[in-house]
Design a protein around this ligand. Structure first.
Ligand code: BJW
Length: 229
């Protein structure tokens, strides 16, 4: 085996204290996603959207990587082939654990984006919806996050990596949000071995060749130890 692609979701960061979206008590039980995670919601009330992401950014910056993030960083360090992490998470816990080959397909809380000119810069801990873009001065600053209806980042690179992989692993994601939920279908069509690691059964476990059930802080280190022999 030479190439492993790992897709991660909110479940990987849950044991670092960051909430998931669709579990009991998940973020979408407390917030209306159409108001805080769509371009239309941002246009209607940018202050509300910035408040939501300022709180998420503060939580993420104050959180620490857990044993699952650490194990994936170890995998990248010690595996003889290539390891690519494609994360739907907007926190930077993979990087802080030591992973270097990470694609943030849904953006990052540490990034700011001008909705006017497309300029990107590092986000301050608290973003102000009235602040002007450092490049064009338009008061159109937004978090660099991919909202519903927007195209996730680096899709070509991700699809190529999934097609070329020997193993595709999906960890801590409900498989409800596309296009990430469809990566297992791409992998399957390309004859790539597939593994799902999750706390609970997901809606389509039959799509995976193998399923490991349990908390990521236990299951991921055990699986990485198995791969590294
Ligand atoms: C544990 C654990 C532990 C807990 N250990 N496990 C109809 C049909 C099909 C598609 C669509 C449709 N209508 C609209 C669409 C498209 C839409 C979509 O998929 N909607 C669905 C809801 C139906 N998708 C989009 O709009 C995307 N863009 C798009 O499709 O563009 C078109 C295009 C694509 C490609 C090429 C060309 C064009 C954009 C999606 C943007 C998603 N944005 C969000 C919010 C922004 C980021 C943020 O604020 O953080 O991203 S939504 C939210 O969901 C967030 C997440 O990244 C994403 C996925 O959630 P995730 O990570 O799976 O979390 P949960 O909570 O769902 O699951 C947690 C899991 O962890 C559970 O399974 C637990 O069991 C597990 N778990 N604790 C292990 N300790």
């Amino acid at each position: 085996m030479q190439r492993i692609v790992v897709l991660t979701g909110a479940g990987v960061s849950a044991e670092s204290g960051l909430g998931t979206f669709r579990d009991k008590d998940g973020l979408w039980t407390r917030y209306d996603l159409s108001k805080v995670a769509t371009p239309e919601g941002f246009a209607a009330d940018p202050a509300l959207v910035h408040d939501f992401y300022n709180a998420r950014r503060a939580n993420a910056l104050d959180a620490a990587p857990n044993a699952a993030h650490d194990a994936l960083a170890r995998l990248e360090r010690e595996f003889s082939g290539d390891v690519l992490i494609v994360t739907q998470n907007v926190d930077d816990l993979h990087e802080r654990a030591g992973s270097g080959n990470v694609i943030h397909m849904h953006g990052a809380l540490t990034g700011a984006l001008c909705a006017g000119c497309g300029h990107r810069w590092p986000a301050p801990r608290v973003m102000d919806h009235k602040a002007g873009c450092p490049a064009c001065t338009a008061p159109a600053t937004r978090p660099d996050i991919v909202w519903f209806g927007e195209v996730p980042y680096q899709m070509d690179k991700i699809q190529e990596a999934v097609f070329a992989a020997d193993l595709f692993v999906s960890i801590g994601t409900s498989g409800e949000v596309y296009p990430a939920a469809g990566f297992v279908d791409l992998a399957d069509a390309a004859g790539v071995e597939t593994l799902e690691i999750n706390l609970e059964p997901t809606p389509r476990p039959d799509l995976f060749d193998r399923v490991i059930k349990g908390p990521a802080t236990q299951t991921v280190p055990a699986w990485v130890a198995e791969i590294l022999g």
